[in-house]
Write a protein that binds this ligand. Sequence first.
Ligand code: NAD
Length: 258
Amino acid sequence: MATHRKWNYEGKVAFVTGAAAGIGQASALAFAQEGADVVAVDLSEEGARATARLIEEQGVRTLAVKCDVSNPNDVQAALAATMDTFGKLDFAFNNAGIEQALAYTADISDELFERNLRVNLGGVFYCMKYQIPLMLKNGGGCIVNTSSGAGVVGIRGQGAYCAAKHGVLGLTKSAALEYAKDGVRINAVCPGIIDTPMIGRFTQGTEENRKRMIAQEPIGRLGRPEEIANTVLWLCSDVAGFTIGHAVVVDGGQTAGL
Ligand code: NAD
């Protein structure tokens, strides 16, 4: 069990999507280290279970749920399982997402566009749609959605991904306004280039591609998943109580000079 807790989320229940890897896994573990019970949600059942085993080591309760966030029935079932097991929902980190293969707009297939929007934007929509009523019933809660640097700037070859991630900010801000007075605080995090399996696929594992990514980061290195997790946990804390509808850019300076 963690001895030094910064936020102490004992008694809280956190729902994390994309929990099998990268930013989602680091955040699920960070919630657990702070004493929260954690629902680890992922398309990969095996991956969700593996994260749940790591969470258990923190001495908190956990539930692994296989769920495709782009499927509203799956999302409803995952939240129903959360309520059956823990009886409430305090925090949601809607983070599951997929990358886009590089393609200029005229070359993006309809299928690629629709799939990217369905997972990266639709997934956040379905999660919020079914989480908010549970939080309202609970007297409040905090939601953090994962956007991206691609949510605040355009990127050549990333039209579908950028559209989805800009959309996440639109959804986040609108929902944040709608529920601010009800105690449901909703924000977004916009990661820069973070060292996760997604970036491994994007760089195809070559050192040259990795160096090219690092060169985009003024800080001179890639971000660590835990650095995004820290922001997510801060956004869920009372310290961030006046932070509403905000897109917190955590990107090593990548977009500062643009
Ligand atoms: P990752 O690929 O390493 O992990 C993503 C996880 O989401 C995987 O476990 C995967 O199985 C799961 N997932 C994918 N589609 C899903 C679906 N339909 N339903 C449920 N789970 C699904 O990715 P990551 O780098 O940790 O990225 C997490 C989020 O952060 C994504 O939304 C991504 O777009 C965003 N992001 C990442 C970076 C980066 O540099 N890594 C930068 C900006 C934004």
